[in-house]
Ligand binder design. Structure first.
Ligand code: NAD
Length: 256
């Protein structure tokens, strides 16, 4: 499939996990992609993977922190300049921190909200003029099953993702007449940098019986970044033209 041959795309979190998988998928479908991540080494890994796929000539990368207003403003402007416009923004960058809520420091709370929610807002605000100019802009934001189904010890994370859902819905309504679609994806357990480090973040006395509905009912264990990237490719392409103002759960049926 070549659904992105005439699409210019920015993807955050492109240096690891689902963001990286999405970069590779949209490149493979012909898109021109600018990948953003705070981790410059991760972006170089993505570049190497794209080179192995023979798609690196359509990939540019830019290290930046999406929670930094100045870096986002300058980085997004430069990326759009280089791409010559913008049709698709995928806001995949995010972090998870876990703690008993009564022990969660304000610093940790602010860090999670600052990256997952405020970072998504800053990227969106910077990209919106170009997305609207294209007349067929698409924003794919990253929610999580934690937004709708309680996950213990992840209050800041779940709250940030609930905020992303509300932000996405607002964008979809507010800019619908300018051809913009805004959708969220809500992955369940997907192998990635986040899920590799989650067990080490949970409180040592975590009560595992509180983690209900964690098991997918299809597949073998956790999903892969490619499982999510394929859905994003559908949503961001013309195949998703009748989908906006909603969140798509991708969890192997774990929360069904
Ligand atoms: N993996 C899962 O099970 C799962 C489930 C639900 C939602 N998600 C969401 O998927 C998205 C992708 O995460 P992932 O699971 O692939 O994890 P990941 O850790 O592999 O990838 C996240 C990427 O975001 C980057 N990042 C973090 N903070 C940043 C910042 N301030 N500026 C720029 N880049 C930053 C990281 O460097 C990393 O490369 C996240 O929004 C996450 O919340 C993941």
């Amino acid at each position: 499939m070549n659904r992105f041959v005439d699409r210019r795309i920015i993807i955050t979190g492109g240096g690891s996990g689902i963001g990286q998988g999405t970069v590779l998928r949209l490149l493979a479908e012909g898109g021109r992609v600018h990948a953003i991540d705070v981790n410059a080494d991760g972006l170089e890994v993505t570049r190497t993977m794209a080179a192995a796929d023979g798609t690196a000539d359509r990939l540019s990368v830019g290290p930046l922190d999406i929670s930094n207003e100045h870096e986002v403003g300058a980085g997004v402007a430069a990326a759009i300049d280089e791409l010559g416009g913008l049709e698709v923004l995928v806001n995949a960058a995010g972090i998870l921190r876990a703690a008993h809520t009564h022990e969660c420091t304000l610093d940790v709370w602010n860090q999670v909200i600052g990256i997952n929610l405020t970072g998504t807002f800053l990227m969106t605000r910077a990209a919106l003029p170009a997305l609207l100019e294209s007349g067929r802009g698409v924003i794919v934001n990253f929610s999580s099953t934690s937004a709708s189904f309680a996950h213990p010890y992840m209050a800041a994370y779940a709250a940030s993702k609930g905020g992303v859902d509300a932000l996405t819905h607002t964008l979809a309504v507010e800019y619908s007449k300018q051809g913009l679609r805004a959708v969220a994806v809500a992955p369940g357990g997907i192998t990635s940098g986040i899920t590799e480090t989650t067990p080490g973040m949970l409180p040592s006395d975590a009560d595992w019986s509180l983690f209900t509905k964690m098991s997918p009912i299809i597949g073998k264990g956790m999903g892969s970044p490619a499982d999510v990237a394929g859905v994003i490719a559908m949503l961001a392409s013309d195949d998703g033209r009748y989908i906006t103002a909603t969140s798509v759960r991708i969890d192997g049926g774990a929360h069904g």
